[in-house]
Design a protein around this ligand. Sequence first.
Ligand code: J2J
Length: 533
Amino acid sequence: MKLENPYPPEVAAAYREAGYWTGQTFPDLLATAVAGHGGRTAVVGTDRQKVRQSWTYAELGQRARRVAGGLHALGVRPGDRVVVWLPNVPEYLAVVWGLFTLGALPVFALPAHRESEVRYFVEHAEAVGIVTVSRHDRYDHAETARRISPLVVDVDEGLPGDDGAEPVTVAAPEPDDVAFLQLSGGTTGLPKLIPRTHDDYLYSVRASADICGLTPDTVFLAALPCAHNFTMSSPGLLGVMHAGGTVVTAPSPDPDTCLGLIAAEGVTMAAVVPPLAAAWVAAAEKQEPDLPSLQVLQVGGAKCGSELAARIGPALGARLQQVFGMAEGLVNYTRLDDPDDVVVHTQGRPISPADEVRVVDEQDRDVPPGEVGALLTRGPYTIRGYYRAPEHNATAFTADGFYRTGDLVRITAGGDVVVTGRVKEQINRGGEKVAAEEVENHLMAHPAVLDAAIVGVPDEYLGERTHAYVIPRDPDETPAPADLRRFVRDRGVAAFKVPDRVEVVDAFPVTGVGKTSRRALRAALADRHREKG
Ligand code: J2J
């Protein structure tokens, strides 16, 4: 599959000429790791049978080939899309590398996603199947998957190919092929899928591994879902594999599990969202664990406050690295040798000298240096368009191909980015992204609901949480907030999208607002919430 919105040919040529795009593909990355680090440990973790696994690169390579053969026997073909809906287990890597080996495209769902989301991914991407598990998070993923797709691989019944499938040989992918579809945080009624090519994504992976100083001795703890773009690529499990290091899969991100794994497995680096960093820091301040191996804690996905940032070093004995990234592309890092001031107070600077960054006002005019504006970006690993979303692309990108990140930033004299807010209709719930319109649509599907508006309100732990204002159809029959929350959950959406609070009101503070000024309405409601304290 090629990009629907390709990079202009002269731009692509320049990225190749400059050595950013090397022609490396995902199968090449695995082959290089197997050839260079075959005997080293690629992945450690507790598998679905609750057995601790430790696979070398050579073993992972074999498993990937077996899975590729097994999937092929089930009818999956090169170019097919397959939704990967798995928790963090070693099998995750076998499945994803199996798909890449077969030339099939993973569509990365989060373990927290539920029926409505996964159904949408399958339909929108025309996926041929779903790879998942039966039991996770007190929920039968495989049973749900079977309602959605005729082809379901339940890893709890074994990996594809475990029963001895024929090995399969396929044509090598081209570096400008789409390698997989990543999930966007979303700002609209339906989530968007992000097509990433071998060339663009692996450039960001290699450059990230470099910036983060990864070596074969790196031991990386995957605490957030593997599917998250941060865990996957910044530098994440792919960066670690590029370097020949070890990925440790954490069954849960909670402090007891993770601090325990850091000590037991000699973890050198982990990546978390701010609320998790806060939980780990609080636990470490209390327990004073001995974590001599831990060198770097990466914090990203949402803004890491400077107070939390300052506590990380003393509590965990690790250097903080702030990461401000997005699945659409651009990733910023504070560098490991940056002064403390930069590491604590900024979200770092772009990976690549070829990342173009503009900070603009509402008319897309550049603001004076150092002032706050909306961040636009274009570069060698930032997409030019979402998958099958021409209408949305018309507003999400400028005519000359800059992606509108929706983030408000300012850039310091030293060139570091500070995130100050956002203009997009999205709530960042401790790193988990909630599109206001998506949840509003779920609420409005309730027969007793006339209108609904979702806003983000400050939350001590999450940074912000979701608050839903709901107008009933009939003022004498107001639905109970708890029933509305349950209604949204029962429509099959991830728990993090269920409004934290629902407030039933007679009317919105702004009168006469139609669909077009939802933004104004949400802003007014958020203001009102703030005033009420
Ligand atoms: C403030 N806001 C941040 C930060 C992301 C690495 C790290 C994170 C993501 C990610 C990622 C932030 N401070 N440090 O893909 O590779 C908000 C911004 C951004 C949006 C992207 C990666 N780090 N954000 O979080 O696609 O609003 O990617 O535009 O999930 O998260 O969300 P997502």
